[in-house]
Design a protein around this ligand. Structure first.
Ligand SMILES: *Cc1c(COP(=O)(O)O)cnc(C)c1O
Length: 399
């Protein structure tokens, strides 16, 4: 099918919820992705922080195809080696010891919210309140969009589930005012992604943890975007010296195969009994085989180190562009390969022009260019993307 045929088919039949860019993607290789007119793009979005091994990584392709030839799915009424292996690996990496595997980020957070409520009730019947941060993003189900403290995601879906309240991110005094013995959990992204790549102060999360301990509330860290090596550590919370009570994962975990997970301690997990939570697809052998291959490749190919080194290089290069275009870029921030550049104007036109020039980047929160490339990218790949961004910024009319 040619490009316009695909676009027309989609626009006539798909739910009109996405403001899509006008290209049709067909395949990729490493950090590159191709459209159906043969055009090549350097991919600094990676399916929004998903394709951690890049595209068509031989080890992931092999794991998925071999698993598909054995068994794609079986019910959670039975054991599989793939799921048991993934649970053990995730428990070991996180220092927690009970894992549940779901199909998406929203579902991982939904499960974490349910667990926090059940656990809270083992302490007091009214210990059910959950505090989240303004500009957060936790997903699109009713409970997770209620946790997502941004009116644009909530509008029109009222009545929303009760028991949620909101505080500004990175403001410990605000949390101190809001938290009480009725709080069962404080749920935060370790680094806010959709909200604009917002990195908290170095001591914020430790203070959150201390306040939560004081009130017997759980700390849920949503590492759906920041986890799985994205920031140069397996979990972004390792940068801040805190350990959550529940951590949620999804995006990068299976390198693009749909998956989500939440991980907690034995003590908290004990609030759940057989039948209290579940999923048909969650943790099926295909997704788990993919995740096992991703985690093994990350270790074999030293991708945490790569994310750290290339991430620093990316931040430095963006800093140079900020100095070159001070009227366009006001701030560069991030950790590892989770990086944002705040603009002084909306970013969509810049993203579009970069795409025309052969670089896929993204804009979030309206005016923050977001860079979340595959963790396999090299400094040369950074140079390639930066050259296109430089050329694009140079052509932005200044007024
Ligand atoms: C993407 C994202 C989610 C939602 O994940 P889905 O798979 O789209 O449901 C939740 N939290 C964070 C931090 C995310 O970045």
């Amino acid at each position: 099918m040619d490009k316009q045929t695909v676009i027309n088919l989609d626009q006539e039949n798909y739910l009109p919820v996405f403001a899509r860019y006008s290209i049709v993607l067909t395949h990729g290789e490493g950090p590159y992705i191709y459209d159906n007119e043969g055009k090549k793009y350097i991919d600094f979005l990676a399916g929004i922080a998903v394709n951690v091994l890049g595209h068509a990584h031989p080890k992931l392709v092999k794991a998925v195809s071999e698993q598909a030839g054995k068994i794609i799915h079986c019910s959670n009424l039975y054991y599989t080696e793939e799921q048991a292996t993934l649970a053990k690996t995730l428990a070991g990496l996180s220092g927690l010891n009970r894992v549940f595997i779901a199909n998406s980020g929203a579902e991982a957070n939904e499960g974490a919210i349910k667990l926090a409520r059940k656990y809270g009730k083992t302490i007091a019947a009214d210990k059910v309140e959950i505090i989240t941060a303004l500009d957060s993003f936790h997903g699109r189900t009713l409970a997770t969009l209620t946790a997502t403290a941004q009116p644009k995601y909530q509008k029109g879906y009222e009545p929303l589930p009760g028991g949620f309240s909101y505080i500004p991110f990175n403001d410990i005094a605000a949390l101190e005012n809001a938290i009480s013995d009725k709080t069962c959990a404080v749920m935060l992204e370790t680094i806010q992604g959709e909200g604009g790549v917002n990195v908290p102060d170095q001591d914020y999360l430790a203070k959150v943890k201390a306040l939560c301990e004081k009130h017997g509330a759980l700390v849920i860290l949503d590492e759906i975007q920041s986890g799985i090596g994205r920031t140069g550590k397996m979990f972004a919370y390792e940068h801040f010296g805190v350990n959550p009570d529940i951590v949620t994962l999804a995006k990068g975990l299976a390198g693009g195969v749909p998956i989500g997970a939440f991980i907690t301690s034995e003590k908290i997990a004990a609030a759940f009994h057989a039948g209290d939570h579940g999923s048909t697809f969650g943790g099926n052998p295909l997704a788990c085989a993919a995740a096992n291959a991703v985690l093994k490749a990350m270790e074999d190919e030293k991708l945490l180190e790569n994310a750290q080194v290339v991430g620093e290089y990316l931040i430095a290069k963006l800093g140079e562009l900020k100095n070159k275009y001070p009227s366009l870029i006001s701030n560069v921030r991030g950790k590892g390969l989770m990086v944002g550049a705040k603009l002084t104007q909306p970013g969509r036109d810049i993203v579009n022009e970069c795409m025309n020039q052969g670089a896929i980047i993204n804009c979030t929160a309206g005016d923050v260019l977001r860079f979340v490339p595959p963790l396999i990218v090299t400094k040369e790949n950074v140079d390639e993307m930066i050259a296109i961004l430089d050329k694009t910024l140079a052509a932005v009319p200044c007024d």
